[in-house]
Every structure is written in C-alpha cells, then in structure tokens.
Design a protein around this ligand. Sequence first.
Ligand SMILES: [Zn+2]
Length: 388
Amino acid sequence: MLVTGTGRLAPGGRSPWALHIRAGRIAWIGAPRDAPADDDRVDLGSALVTPGLVDSHTHPVFAGDRSDEAAARLEGAPYTEGGILRTVDATREADDAALETLVEARLAAALAAGTTTVECKSGYGLSLAEELRHLRIIRRVAGRLPIRVVPTFLGAHAVPREASSMDEYAAHVADEMIPAVAAAGVAEFVDVFADAGFFDLAATERIGRSASAAGLGLRLHAEQLHRTGAAELGVRLGAASVDHLEQLDEAGVGAVASSSTVATLLPAPAVVLRDRLPPARGLLNAGATVALASDANAGTYGGFGTMPLVIGLGATLLGMTVTEALTAGTSGGSAALRRDDIGALKPGMVADIVAWDAEHEGAFALRLGAIRPSRAWIGGQEVGLGTL
Ligand SMILES: [Zn+2]
C-alpha cells in the first residue's frame, strides 16, 4: 500500500511525503515522485499525519466512581492509599462481564483518540486470584480490539486491608504472585507504587528482583508524592521506565538522564492533584529519554482517550516544544515499553499511522485536547475509530 500526503508528516515535518507499506511495516519513506509503484493507494491530502500515539501508563481495570473524592481533595483532603482500597472493594465485587465492559469502553476511547498502543496495569485486585482475573480481562479485551495492549502486573499498588504489614504483603508479591503471573503468561512488566505511604525502597527492590528473576520487565511509580530515591533505585534495577517524577531534584534528573531508563511524565494527574510539575525541561536538557502518558486511573485522573490532551499539556504546562511533546507521546512511549518497532515512521517500523483533523502538529497545543484522528492504521490495517 502506498500512502501519500501533501501535508505534514510529524514529528519532523516532512512534506509532501509518501510511505510504502508492506506486510504491516513501513518499507520505504520519501517524496511522492520517488515512490515505488503500487495499485493500492491512499491519499491523505493536507492532513497532519503522525505515528500512532503510545500511552505507556494506564490503569483501566476498575469499577466504582471516586469523583466525590476528587472534589473533597480539592477542598483540602489528603491523598492516601485509602482511595485505592475503595476502588479495590468495588472492583473485587464486579463480575467479569461488568469489568470487561468497562475496560473495553476505556480502550475504545483511547483508540478513538489516536492511541494505537496502550499499556494496561492491573493493581485494583491486590490478591493473586483477583490480579490474575484482571490481567486475563485485559488479555480478553485486547483480543477483541485492534489497539495493541501491553499488560503490566501492579500487585504492589497498595497494601490490602487483609495484609498484616507492607513487608509481609511485599514478600507475598515477590515470592508468590510474580512467579504465578509469569507462569500464566499474562503480563510483560511488573510495576510498584514506590512512594512514601505505599512501598518503601527495600520492598520495591525485593519485588523488582523477583520480576527480573521471572523474566518480566520492571517499571516504577516513583517520586510522585515524596523524593524517596525510587528513581535511582529504578535505574539501578534496570527499570524500563520511572513514572511521575513530580518531586525529582537535580541529582535525580542526572541519574535518570545518564541511564537507559525512560522518564515517563504524567501531567494530567499532577494537574488534578494540584501537585508540583515534573522537571520535563531539566530531563530533556540533560539528555533523558522522556515519555508522556495519561495515567488514566480510578482516583487521580479519570480521562481515558486523552493522549492528545496529554501531549498538549506537555507542550504548554511542562515547557516542552510541540515536537518534543509529540515525540514523547510516540517514540518516548515505545522506549518506555522497550519496543523498538513502534512509535516512529521509519523504514522497518510497524505501520501504526494516524491522520488528524489538523494541518500542523501545533494543533496539539493550540486545541489542547480537541484534535481528533480522522483515519488510523495499526500494523498496516485500517481500523475503525468508533465514537468518543
Ligand atoms: Zn499510575
């Protein structure tokens, strides 16, 4: 298939352009006049075209509603692990069919907004049986939708009420849950909420080492609420990504920037929590690989299908250029997921392509969330975008 356009191919801004797609991958890219012959042609006219967006941090498996808590927090109530446990109660009570309907709607919204790859965490089950149930729901929904799903086991999201202590539960996660999750083949990564009031550095290290031993990748919620050193621990454990980083200081910026661990920034929950903003500019200036992701979840940011807004927030609130923000929401996300075959429009890459109702990538900033895809391809196959 030959896809051509007279508009901008971003990031980068090539125009006019042509992409030759064979067997689901980009075989060639260049000027239309030099394109190989192909009878199967699609012309996208003057539309802005980008790689499919990559949302490398979401929590889609939950039931219940915590918007009352968000309102209370904005009146001064603190953010504690009690909120997560409220979602755990509601989610444990929801049957498979109800949860699958919720997850499917959330992932369909992500696809409708131009996300072609989405990382999905468990983490509102907090027992082996519940966490496996949630990971299997992610897998079943992924099988029904064209969006590419990367599953993550987040058993260490909070300490469940039935556990006697954080240390006892962390040992259970490390010694029993991770081997069982790995044996079931339902997750690619393990994540830990490594922060004050959640899992301390020793517990996080124990869980991280178990993940490595089981052949699973590691990613961490780090430096969101307090500066704990979780970012440096993630670097030391070879984590694919350390996510949040609102409280990261200059030493932490240097540690992440001098490693292969991606800095994943989540501006939306920082806004909702009226938190400090992560040091995006410092990380970029120091040479870190930066990803932007939604962190769509039950309690601190509930917007699924909002990656265009997240990229817009990167380019406005976080001080990134539009090109940096779009790169962070595409190839940055793929780096955070340790996928070197998605997130960019280059020969050899999987053909995940989105055409937008815009002519320039500056629309991600100018319209702040109100830029929409008009057509999308995943692995070279055109996909229906549904309705938001
Ligand atoms: Zn999160």
